[in-house]
Design a protein around this ligand. Structure first.
Ligand code: 5GP
Ligand code: ZN
Length: 119
């Protein structure tokens, strides 16, 4: 089920350390190693799915939990006034790690526009 070469599978198994803030049978959450906002963590399914392209009806439980936990964990981490959830997917989405994950980014400072506008 898991990919021995995958960095997030290794974090899931504890082989690579990370600052975990949540874990259950389906998902886990940990701080991003290169934070891009005051609050920046990732919510990740334990099952190795390369990207959101690979998710389907068989993964409703972990997918649902990723959304269901975002607000609660964001508040706990100090983003009480709003946050953004992002799932980068594939080449066009600038995905770097090919194990599905959702970024949760939050304030206190506003995050700015979602994407830079094209000139
Ligand atoms: P992507 O572009 O794939 O959506 O983002 C991958 C994210 O994973 C990046 O923000 C990067 O900083 C984070 N990341 C990559 N390797 C590690 C790691 O070993 N530990 C942690 N905590 N985060 C990582
Ligand atoms: Zn993986």
């Amino acid at each position: 089920m898991n990919d021995p070469n995958c960095i997030f599978c290794k974090i899931a198994s504890g082989e690579i350390p990370a600052k975990k803030l949540y874990e259950d049978d389906d998902v886990f959450a940990f701080h991003d190693i290169r934070p891009q906002a005051a609050v920046h963590f990732l919510i990740v399914p334990k099952e190795h799915l390369p990207s959101l392209y690979d998710a389907g009806m068989s993964q409703l439980r972990p997918l649902g939990k990723m959304l269901a936990l975002a607000g609660e964990l964001a508040r706990k981490e100090g983003a009480a006034d709003g946050f953004r959830a992002i799932i980068n997917t594939g080449r066009v989405g600038h995905q770097e790690v090919y194990h599905l994950h959702m970024h949760v980014l939050g304030g206190p400072e506003p995050l700015g526009p979602m994407l830079q506008r094209r000139k």
